[in-house]
Write a protein that binds this ligand. Structure first.
Ligand SMILES: Nc1ncnc2c1ncn2[C@@H]1O[C@H](COP(=O)(O)OP(=O)(O)OP(=O)(O)O)[C@@H](O)[C@H]1O
Ligand SMILES: [Mg+2]
Length: 453
């Protein structure tokens, strides 16, 4: 960590008299100065977080000003360096400027010249650091949408997403409601070379057709009644970045044609113009219905489907990856407890049972909401299992039900630990697994031990 916070200028000169004079001039101008008698000393303290400007004499023993400049440039290419040169050094100083030095001063110079130069460079330095900070916070905010899950399907999906993100192809993301399509789209964007550019989201289901069209393509002033000013469409806004088309299944046939044209030609024609504009976009489209079925019904264009389907990601519903429930729930519960400023609650038997048994038709979003209710102490206490033994059905059916309930209870009591559950039930491990499969019980969903961590 640098001890140079708040320093405006690092001044380097091996000549004691000149150094003292310059430092005094800078300080009189209200600037905060740190002085060094050698480049070595300066290099020891200056790093990429240095908030100020470096001013260095060129002719110095050991490491000269030029070499210092080159080393600093490797450290941070945006660090402004002003070089102070003698008579014979001007050509060299000009070369240094070509390499990216901020400015040079030929001796002798009036101190105002030094001060103005420093102030300009300082303004620029502040801008650079501010932008860096902004970019970092944007990245931190998008990291807020993590793609959690440790089941093999999720591990594989993350791995595949990284590859697809790299490949820069258009992607179709399929998954039930609340399964994480938007999270996946963000991950594709964040892990791609387009990450520093915008990701533009358009929900094709939420807006009326005419609005969507002008939103997507933009228009010239006077293109239609009410188009007073020219407007840049979302497709163009996504230039260099990612266009996320959510609920693509809701797109009208007319718009499907237009979208296909954009995907094929990589250009847009704003409404009311004849011109086309090239766009460099990656399209990620999301659908919560089975698009091939829509294609068969004639409600979705086959050519568009194949165009989008270059790479396809199918997010499995939560009930097909129950092993992720404890991890996700733990994460959402901690987050909710923090947001509502409450201690993290102990999980009672009803909550455990609900987590283990529920089918989650609303997928991860339903689990998020459930975690919030639990954090607030509002989760319904009614156990989802029948309290009274059911007396109907044939004897084998009743025996089956009884057996399944016993297994669930044992799993619950042992928090999903197989060895302990097998011991409680007094059956061989293999029989236990056979029974799990037959009753459709997912032992992983009972492993709530990790929630406490
Ligand atoms: N793998 C995951 N890890 C962490 N959070 C997730 C994950 N998947 C989904 N979520 C969370 O679940 C909620 C729903 O996710 P998202 O909005 O991406 O679903 P969706 O598939 O787009 O839903 P819809 O079809 O309703 O638009 C969000 O709060 C999201 O942050
Ligand atoms: Mg969504």
């Amino acid at each position: 960590m640098t001890g140079l916070t708040g320093v405006d200028v690092a001044f380097i000169d091996d000549d004691d008299v000149l150094r003292a004079a310059n430092v005094q001039a800078l300080m009189l101008a209200g600037l905060n100065v740190t002085a060094y008698a050698s480049a070595v000393d300066a290099l020891e303290e200056i790093d990429a977080t240095f908030p100020g400007v470096v001013v260095s004499d060129v002719r110095m023993p050991r490491i000269d000003g030029l070499e210092l400049f080159r080393r600093l440039k490797r450290l941070d290419p945006d660090l402004p360096v002003i070089l102070v040169t003698g008579h014979g050094d001007i050509t060299m100083a000009v070369d240094a400027m070509r390499e990216g030095a901020y400015d040079f001063l030929a001796k002798p110079y009036p101190s105002e010249r030094l001060i103005t130069g420093v102030r300009h460079a300082l303004d620029r330095r502040r801008l650079v650091l501010e932008n860096r900070e902004l970019k970092r916070s944007v990245e931190a905010a998008s990291e807020d949408l993590p793609l959690l899950g440790s089941t093999p399907v999720m591990e594989r999906m993350r791995q595949m997403l990284r590859q697809i993100a790299d490949a820069d192809v258009d992607v179709l993301v399929e998954g039930e409601t609340g399964s994480g399509k938007e999270v996946v789209a963000h991950a594709l964007h964040r892990w791609s070379r387009r990450a520093s550019r915008p990701m533009v989201v358009v929900n094709c289901g939420a807006l009326p057709e005419t609005v969507i069209e002008s939103e997507l393509f933009g228009y010239e002033a006077g293109a239609f009644t009410g188009a007073l000013k020219k407007r840049v469409g979302r497709i163009e806004h996504a230039h260099g970045g990612t266009l996320f088309l959510d609920e693509i299944e809701a797109m009208s046939p007319a718009l499907q044609v237009k979208l296909l044209r954009v995907l094929e030609a990589r250009e847009v024609a704003p409404l009311g113009t004849n011109e086309t504009r090239r766009v460099d976009i990656r399209v990620v489209a999301a659908s919560k219905v089975d698009l091939p079925a829509l294609v068969r019904q004639g409600a979705f264009r086959e050519d568009l489907y194949y165009r989008l389907h270059v790479a396809a990601v199918r997010i499995p519903p939560l009930r097909e990856r129950r092993g992720d429930v404890p991890l996700l729930f733990g994460h959402f519960l901690a987050r909710a407890a923090e947001r509502f400023n409450r201690p993290q609650p102990e999980l009672d038997a009803h909550v455990r049972r609900h987590l283990a048994e529920h089918d989650w038709p609303g997928n991860v979003r339903e689990l998020v909401h459930y975690a919030e209710r639990v954090a607030l102490g509002l989760a319904e206490a009614a156990p989802p299992m029948p309290a009274e033994p059911q007396e109907d059905g044939t004897l084998p059916e009743r025996v089956d039900r009884f057996e399944a309930n016993e297994i669930r209870a044992a799993l619950e009591a042992n928090q999903g630990d197989v060895q302990a559950t097998v011991a409680t039930l007094g059956i061989p491990r293999k029989t236990f697994y056979d029974k799990l499969r037959r009753h459709g019980i997912d032992q992983a969903a009972y492993r709530l031990g990790k929630l406490r961590g």
